[in-house]
Design a binder for this molecule. Structure first.
Ligand code: HSE
Length: 412
């Protein structure tokens, strides 16, 4: 019998307890041992829970119990999750977490501590919910030099953009619907401003390129400024707008990493990933593109990834599962103004013909976009690829043309 503790009985934590109970036989067959939920840590009361006798409010009960060999952290947030996880690892317990904020902020440190203690620190559920992505990058694709990872990493924003694209909703209306359906939080900032996707691309970049990338080093834009007009111009161009987390290897010491809305061509595998689904493309030098698709959030999908990590931890009690990256000072991150991409511009002007001439004179070759019912005062075009600093300088030279939207063109 293997004793585990679950810290946090919210959506994911309660899903973990549920799967451990409902899939007991299946899991026994995988490891030849029964898994017992010895404790569930939560400050709230759950008198009607089938696990009511396992609840504790005292973390030390878990930390001090040498029978507990795997601790699941599904509390979310940084504190006290960080302190609790650190304490468990220090005592040689393996830890499994779904907490992307924790891994993005302290992954290098916690992995090093796990290594010192010959314990496992696993976090498959932190990126892509139920989609396997950490283990595939760490194991199945290990023979590859990964040159790029790009993905739709946030279900809430993908739901909002899908409603804007396919049902013509405005951002506010789509956000309200996402909140009503329980996808978006009452305070949706972490999702709509791109912070959640940023944490996830940081974890994938750290894993793929071997150095911890901290979220504050990553230029991050959300989707709050995307308008119905931009969605229509993207369609006229032959694509859709998606919030993309992207990391590309530029040379052996440099990566270009960003989170931003991008125009994604209809031919891209990422273009048709809709609603709350996530999709992640990994480009390997041996495999070419490999795309992972599925439910990036939700109780049982995310809990499924956590339970898989519990099983993997148990299988690797004796010889720890190798998963590691070095700490870093973010010096490998290309300054975001140096990043080269084609750009979409939507602007207003008094004289459309003169404005396009001016845009051509400033940017060189441009691709004009038109859509039905565009106001007479509106222009829209796509530039050739150029560094963002260059783009911003040229944008400033457009004189009377007032830029309303600028969006990156995804090379996907
Ligand atoms: N808020 C996140 C999302 C949950 O919408 O994708 C899963 O990390």
């Amino acid at each position: 019998m293997i004793s585990v503790a679950i810290m946090g009985h919210g959506v994911v934590g309660s899903g973990v307890a549920e799967i451990l109970a409902t899939h007991k036989q299946k899991l026994f067959a995988a490891i030849g041992e029964e898994i017992d939920i010895k404790y569930i840590l939560d400050l709230r009361e759950f008198p009607d829970s089938p696990f009511a006798d396992r609840f504790t409010k005292d973390f030390n009960v878990i930390a001090d119990d040498i029978e507990v060999r795997v601790v699941v952290e599904t509390m979310g947030g940084l504190h006290p999750a960080y302190e609790f996880v650190k304490e468990c690892l220090s005592r040689g317990k393996s830890v499994v977490t779904s907490n992307k904020e924790l891994v993005a902020a302290y992954g290098a440190e916690l992995l090093a501590l796990a290594s010192e203690q010959n314990a496992n620190f696993l976090f498959e559920a932190s990126v892509g919910g139920g989609i396997p992505i950490i283990r595939p990058i760490n194991q199945c694709l290990v023979a590859n030099n990964v040159s790029e990872i790009a993905g739709i990493l946030n279900g809430t924003t993908n739901f909002i953009l899908t409603k804007m694209i396919h049902e013509g909703m405005g951002f506010e209306e789509a956000l309200k619907l996402a909140q009503e359906l329980g996808y978006a939080e009452r305070n949706p900032e972490a999702d709509v401003e791109g912070h959640d996707a940023c944490r996830k691309i940081c974890i994938l970049a750290s894993l793929a390129f071997g150095k911890h990338i901290y979220p504050d080093a990553v230029h991050t834009e959300g989707i709050t400024k995307i308008t119905a007009a931009d969605v229509e111009y993207a369609e006229a161009w032959g694509g859709v707008i998606k919030l993309i987390g992207s990391v590309k290897k530029i040379d052996k010491d440099t990566i270009d990493i960003v989170v931003a809305p991008m125009f994604v061509p209809n031919e891209s595998q990422l273009a048709n990933i809709d609603d709350v689904f996530n999709g992640i493309m990994v480009r390997g030098d041996c495999t070419g593109d490999v795309v992972f698709y599925g439910k990036g959030a939700g109780k049982l999908p995310t809990a499924s990834a956590v339970v898989a990590d519990i099983i993997d931890s148990i299988k690797h009690f004796k010889s720890r599962k190798y998963l590691s990256w070095a700490d870093s000072d973010n010096s490998s991150v290309l300054p975001y103004e140096d990043s080269v991409r084609a750009m979409y511009v939507r602007g207003v002007t008094d004289d459309k013909a003169a404005a396009y001439d001016k845009a051509r004179a400033v940017f060189g070759e441009i691709h004009e976009l038109s859509k039905e019912n565009a106001p007479d005062s509106e222009i829209a075009f796509i530039t050739e690829p150029l560094a963002l600093s260059d783009f911003n300088e040229k944008l400033g030279q457009l004189g009377d043309i007032e830029a309303k939207s600028v969006i990156r063109i995804g090379d996907l």
